[in-house]
Design a protein around this ligand. Structure first.
Ligand SMILES: NC(=O)c1ccc[n+]([C@@H]2O[C@H](COP(=O)([O-])OP(=O)(O)OC[C@H]3O[C@@H](n4cnc5c(N)ncnc54)[C@H](O)[C@@H]3O)[C@@H](O)[C@H]2O)c1
Length: 342
């Protein structure tokens, strides 16, 4: 892959930045171009060590600005695109859905168009210089809607998005699929479950639990805390993405899960138990006293779970971290970050 130029959208975000580091380690000579709007969810410090290094470019820009995007494709001629950029927080999509339409749907469309114009000689015929091109779209398991107590999502699951966020991701997925079938654009797509790990934005569940616990505040859990998610350690996700990019066949879709299905209350309990050991409260009481149930999120999906059998059988990928191992690394990170904040 040494002659490749990999454009990574959303590389200042949580998963994108972890991936940028992982890709840099595994492909030290490949040109990486990070394109990111630097929204509230971004943090340039996540990739500060790579800026001004060889084979690395950072461009601040908006994927829903078509002229800028076309300029980037013209100048850098990327051979691979990994598309992480999105508005990603469900609560924000409920409060203000329009930006999700603009970034997640319109932005994905402009990327598809830029890739099509740059890579394709004609429909289903790639230019020679782009014969190994890939358009890799990072999707979510949330596009499949909510499960009951049984069953798992897989690559054949029906779309049934329930929030403006998941609807915008589902719409983008359909555009990606259509460009593969109509134009032969060499696409890849994966649906991952909830990611966790160091450097996630404060607004997400695990950082919120740790921060509020350490600040002596109520630890907010939606509804009765019984909503179930499948938790994927972010480094394991990055390994899966790299593998799919290298070995996936155009048009393929993969589901990526962490084999760690847990209710929010179980996650919270696991975290407070660790905090009780690693950073006991001054009065000796357990942090569990601070758990408090708050009004449920509108349209809150009950359960997501992933069957990651296809990626295991076809690419030999399985998560390396158990939830206990991943959580421990995560808590150590946030303890250092939040301990001295009031
Ligand atoms: N975090 C998860 O648990 C999870 C689960 C499933 C799928 N996903 C998907 O993975 C991808 C990355 O998620 P994340 O958690 O790292 O998100 P994030 O919110 O941490 O980061 C998103 C990044 O995209 C950038 N961005 C937003 N709008 C942009 C625009 N218009 N133009 C250019 N850049 C823009 C932001 O500045 C930010 O750096 C998203 O597509 C998300 O839908 C995430």
């Amino acid at each position: 892959m040494e002659n490749n130029r990999v454009l990574i959208t959303g590389g200042l975000g949580f998963i994108g930045a972890h991936f940028v580091h992982y890709y840099r380690q595994t492909h030290p000579k490949t040109d990486i171009i990070v394109f990111d709007k630097n929204t509230y969810a971004a943090d340039i410090d996540r990739i500060a060590d790579l800026i001004n290094t060889d084979h690395f470019t950072y461009i601040e820009g908006d994927i829903s600005d078509q002229a800028t995007l076309n300029g980037v494709f013209e100048e850098y001629q990327p051979t691979q695109l990994i598309h992480f950029a999105a508005e990603s927080h469900v609560d924000n999509s409920i409060a203000g859905p329009q930006l999700f339409l603009k970034t997640n749907v319109e932005g994905t469309f402009y990327l598809l168009e830029a890739a099509r114009r740059t890579w394709m000689q004609s429909p289903h015929e790639l230019k020679t210089a782009f014969k190994n091109a890939r358009f890799y779209h990072i999707s979510t398991d949330e596009v499949f809607g909510s499960l009951g107590k049984e069953g798992r999502f897989n690559e054949q699951s029906n779309y049934a998005p329930n929030s403006p966020y998941s609807a915008s991701k589902a719409a983008a997925d359909h555009w990606v699929r259509s460009y593969f079938h109509t134009y032969g654009l060499p696409t890849l797509l994966s649906h991952c479950s909830n990611n966790y790990g160091p450097h996630q934005h404060n607004e997400k569940l695990i950082p919120t639990i740790i921060r509020t616990a350490l600040n002596g505040k109520p630890i907010p859990l939606y509804g009765d805390g019984q909503n179930v998610r499948d938790w994927l350690y972010v480094e394991d996700h990055c390994i899966a993405i790299e593998r799919i990019l290298a070995e996936g066949t155009p048009g393929q879709v993969f589901c990526i899960g962490g084999k760690a299905e847990l209710a929010n209350l179980e996650i919270c309990t696991a975290i407070v138990q660790q905090l009780d050991k690693l950073h006991p409260r001054e009065n000796g009481a357990s942090y569990s006293e601070q758990i408090s149930f708050v009004k449920d999120r509108l349209g809150h999906d009950y359960r997501y779970a992933i069957s990651a059998t296809k990626i295991k059988n076809e690419l030999g990928w399985e998560p390396k971290h158990s939830f206990e191992e991943g959580l421990k690394k995560t808590i150590v990170h946030y303890l250092a970050k939040y301990k001295n904040l009031s």
